[in-house]
Design a protein around this ligand. Structure first.
Ligand code: DCP
Ligand code: MG
Length: 335
């Protein structure tokens, strides 16, 4: 005869875009370790492993209380063997030996320092490490040729690696707003990225700019950038023509990264949804659209592959409705 104890398990839908994830995280000890392993995988260009750790961490972030035993995890989605091993280690020993040894490894430390330079990605950092360059001083002494972005990144290394606070973001909002309305009266600016999700700090400040009359936004980006430059606010700029997106340094009391996105009003809702994040939330929305709805979602449009039509939307709510998802407000997209 067997007796079975009833175990109360958590229930969580499998796509992050089906869940409400606030900034309140009851499992930070677990998710910090998984995030570190995800970051290490991404820095080692193992994207698949990175996403697997990110999805596992996201499930734990959505739980209403701390996990205390492995049995509570039964039936939860996205927890692969590797992530479960990491969680078990922490629950039993207080820390993940894998996360700890990764954090202390010379390679991880070097990847962090080098990719902390604006304009340096995982590939470049890996090449430098293989050439024996593990830090900023070694890089400067090596005589490596740096592109303009990397030179600016190295010059403002400390500033750009210092988190941007909400207060910094508010000051910058006022300046960008002034720039936008000066060069195009009637243009509208919205805070996007982490600050729109209610985060209190970030690595940059992101803005979306549009005009209520379709077409009036054409040519706006270079004008905004010129205005900022003429007022002495610009340290460095990198413009991507296609995406109408500009990254610029910002001289005030320190250098701050600012991301500007310009969108025609017809695409505004898609740009707003696509640039509010989090990165995993965006990835999951696109995966849901493709795998569950046979649609293609981007920050420009939503295409229905079956009906072969573009689905219009003037608000984020409409896009969620097209996708057959419950609306999740920005503050609950912190997955
Ligand atoms: N984004 C994305 N995929 C990328 C880069 C960006 O989906 N590869 C979207 C989602 C992000 C948003 O753009 O949330 C802004 O990009 P950031 O890198 O600035 O991300 P956050 O603002 O969320 O983070 P942070 O607070 O560190 O700036
Ligand atoms: Mg940001």
């Amino acid at each position: 005869q067997t007796s079975e104890a009833e175990v109360v398990v958590f229930s969580v839908p499998s796509y992050a875009c089906q869940r409400r994830t606030t900034l309140e995280n009851h499992n930070a000890v677990l998710t910090d370790a998984l995030a570190l392993l995800a970051e290490n995988a991404e820095l080692s260009e193992e994207e698949g492993r990175g996403v697997a750790f990110r999805r596992a961490a996201a499930v734990l972030k959505a739980l209403p209380r701390p996990v205390t035993s492995m049995t509570e995890l039964r039936g939860l989605p996205c927890l692969g063997d590797h992530s479960l091993r990491v969680i078990k280690d922490i629950l039993e020993n207080g820390a993940s030996s894998e996360a700890e040894s990764t954090k202390q490894s010379e390679r991880y430390k070097a990847l962090k320092v080098l990719t902390g330079i604006f304009g340096v990605g995982a590939k470049t950092a890996d090449r430098w490490i293989r050439e024996g360059i593990l830090g900023l001083q070694q890089l400067q002494e090596s005589g490596q040729t740096l592109n303009r972005a990397q030179q600016a990144g190295l010059e403002h290394y400390d500033d750009l690696n210092q988190p941007v606070t909400k207060a910094d973001a508010d000051v910058i909002s006022e300046i960008v707003e002034r720039a936008v309305v000066s060069v195009l009266p009637g243009a509208q600016m919205t805070l996007i990225g982490g600050f729109r999700r209610g985060k209190l700090s970030g690595h940059d400040v992101d803005f979306l700019i549009t005009h209520p009359e379709e077409g009036r936004e054409v040519g706006l980006m270079p004008k905004v950038v010129s205005w900022l430059e003429s007022q002495g606010f610009l340290l460095y700029q990198k413009t991507t023509r296609n995406s109408e997106r500009s990254r610029s340094g910002h001289k005030l009391w320190r250098a701050v990264r600012v991301d500007l996105v310009v969108s025609p009003i017809s695409q505004f809702a898609f740009a707003l949804l696509g640039w509010t994040g989090s990165k995993l939330f965006e990835r999951e929305l696109r995966r849901w659209a493709g795998h569950e709805r046979n649609m293609s979602l981007s920050s420009h449009a939503l295409y229905d592959n079956k009906q072969r039509i573009y689905l219009r939307a003037t608000s984020e709510e409409e896009i969620f409705a097209h996708l057959g998802l419950e609306f999740i407000p920005p503050s609950e997209r912190n997955t």
